[in-house]
Design a protein around this ligand. Sequence first.
Ligand SMILES: [Zn+2]
Length: 317
Amino acid sequence: MPTITLKLELHNPTKVKQDMYERMTEVNTSFANWLLNHPKLNQATSKLFKEFSSQRFPSAVVNQTIREVKSQKKSQKAKKFRTFWCCFNNQNVKVEKKGEFYTVSFPTLEKRVGVPVVTRPYQEAWLNRLLNGTAKQGAAKLYKKRKKWCLAVAVTFEVEPRHETKVMGVDLGLRYLAVASVGTKSWFFKGNQCAFVRRRYAALRRRLGKAKKLHMIRKIGRKESRWMKEMNHNISRQIVNFALANGVGVIAYKAEMAGIRVEWVDPTYTSQTCKCGYREKANRNGIHFRCQRCGYTLHADLNGAINIAKAISGFVA
Ligand SMILES: [Zn+2]
């Protein structure tokens, strides 16, 4: 069963809460380091914490820390932990939906309360699956990144690739970054901003090329590819949302994300082929598709996406 990690940002925790998370992390880190050198680590149970400190600390966290330190010691990975985030097993974390909002609750130093989390549509899709039982919640980790407290929750789910009924074609291009087509519905993902940034980088490269600043060109190349990666990631996420909303089983995207199967289609002919079956280079002229035989016209990228969907349907059937 595939597993994904759902990273949920806690929604505006109070200063008091943030201080408490900070304190929990500090205690947990020093406990983990104390454990690492404990002669009886292998027999350790949650009772051992009393030997370490007299303060109150959630035994759910203690148990997870002991388990993790044991395995890290065994694989001789750790010498000293810089930060040891508090972890909880699946039974100790509860996801709930209250009205429009999703909340998570986990053991802390205070009374247990549901904390609202910031969610995007694709995260809501996963939280809904946890709530309706079509995905299973695993262990969770409370951590801080860029001054924001988050809960990373492991989610495992069943993949049933043979039950897919719908197919989505995705045509990846420059003018439109992607065009998706499901049945009669289609969606254009605009690449305007993308093209603009790429043109700007290309112009900068030309200028630097004239000035023979090769190391700068290389540096820019890396920056651009990082930016493209991020952009593609965002677009793919939107495509997956579109796919999920339309009950699609197959699209070209990260397969592990939603158990969606990926098939790549030779793009050479998809944009030149008409639904009547006639293929000719002249059928496509920029963004316009016009069949030279039957006169059928359509947006060229959309025609490509439809043909891709058809081609993939052929694989599935
Ligand atoms: Zn035609």
